[in-house]
Write a protein that binds this ligand. Structure first.
Ligand SMILES: Cc1cc2nc3c(=O)[nH]c(=O)nc-3n(C[C@H](O)[C@H](O)[C@H](O)COP(=O)(O)OP(=O)(O)OC[C@H]3O[C@@H](n4cnc5c(N)ncnc54)[C@H](O)[C@@H]3O)c2cc1C
Length: 326
């Protein structure tokens, strides 16, 4: 581990000043410290933000949900409003990591976490994300867990977060506070596809803090849920996952929010699947037909062709579960 200095921000102003001076925020520390130990990350100054007042979960005036950036994954998952309004968020969190990690880890840190690509985490391997211009060892290496969607010839690493898939499906907004004041970023614009600059992962400006994630109100009744497919049943990242929310009234699907995880460089919204569902009546045939669109544009690599079929089946199954025809 490289030497670094450590400071604890007593309030938001102190945090922003330290961030503007180049300090790196640390919340639960469950992933940043690992990366520092492996020397993948070498921040000179850590700014502990854990005392900032960003620990509230609240229902917005319109009936959406606002989750403070420092609310732990465990608290968010267990919160009665999160459970009742958006079970897909609770389920995505509960299927993440381990109980111990979920107690420490925060919502802000979760969406900021970096890829689990083994070449990224191995400082002896070529990785454009870690060391721009060095190449991508995964492209022709062992790429079983890598992306089939949203990749570039520079990077094929997946985004590992589960709850980010639920936020992408629900079209959440990220609330940010920086030296120039507050702003909001649609979730779809916050996490960046690699393109030619895989080292630019989030639309975060220098010194900016995530203060909250807001899930917008959706028409009720709303059924939602998260399915995660992985090599073992616990403590493992997704091979594929599906976040689904459906508003069904008069036996017709009026709203559909769907996204996939484990398969793309960012949480992957599935607008073609949503379009195929809206205005239709739930049926076995509909789930299968809509799920076919989940892999539109997929470009599998040598070792992850199985993800194409697996993703279709994951989405189909979760549509069936949430749509109530199982
Ligand atoms: C063994 C293991 C298994 C895991 N399995 C899963 C899994 O299955 N699914 C899943 O989704 N996750 C999984 N995780 C990841 C885990 O969820 C993250 O480590 C955790 O959410 C990070 O939160 P943190 O508060 O500890 O972040 P930290 O480690 O403190 O920070 C992470 C990053 O976020 C930045 N950051 C933190 N808060 C803010 C803020 N408010 N504003 C701006 N930047 C901020 C930091 O600067 C840093 O870059 C796993 C982790 C481990 C170690």
């Amino acid at each position: 581990m490289h030497p670094f200095s450590f400071t604890k921000a007593a309030n938001t102003r102190e945090a922003l000043n330290a961030g503007r001076a180049g300090g790196r925020y640390i919340a639960g520390g469950t992933t940043l410290v690992d990366l520092m130990r492996e020397t993948v990350e070498r921040p000179e100054t850590l700014v502990d933000i854990s005392d900032l007042p960003l620990r509230e979960v609240s229902v917005t005036e319109r009936g959406g949900l606002r989750i403070g950036a420092l609310v732990s994954m465990a608290e968010s998952a267990a919160h009665p409003k999160v459970r009742s309004l958006f079970p897909v968020v609770s389920e995505a969190l509960e299927l993440s990591a381990s109980a111990q990690l979920r107690n420490m880890a925060t919502i802000g840190g979760n969406i900021m976490q970096r890829t689990r690509c083994t070449y990224f985490r191995d400082v002896t391997a070529d990785c454009n994300k870690r060391d721009p211009g060095s190449g991508c060892a995964a492209l022709h290496g062992y790429n079983r867990t890598h992306a089939i969607l949203g990749a570039s010839d520079q990077c094929v690493a997946t985004h590992p977060s589960d709850v980010a898939v639920a936020f992408a499906a629900l079209e959440a907004t990220v609330h940010l506070l920086g030296p120039d004041g507050e702003r909001q970023a649609p979730f779809a614009d916050f996490l960046l596809r690699p393109g030619a600059t895989p080292d630019h992962e989030q639309a975060l400006r220098k010194g900016e803090l995530i203060t909250a994630v807001e899930v917008p109100a959706l028409p009720r009744p709303l059924r939602s849920g998260y399915l995660k497919v992985r090599d073992r049943q616990s403590y493992e990242f997704a091979l594929t996952s599906a976040a689904v929310a459906l508003h069904i009234r008069g036996r017709v699907i009026r709203e559909a929010k769907v996204a996939a995880g484990g398969v793309a460089t960012v949480p992957w919204k599935l607008p073609a699947v949503e379009r195929a569902l809206i205005g239709e009546r739930p049926s076995e045939r509909l789930w299968a037909e809509a799920a076919r669109h989940a892999v539109d544009g997929a470009r599998p690599l040598q070792h992850n062709r199985f993800k194409v079929e697996l993703l279709k089946r994951t989405v189909e199954r979760q549509l069936r579960v949430v749509g109530g025809t199982k």
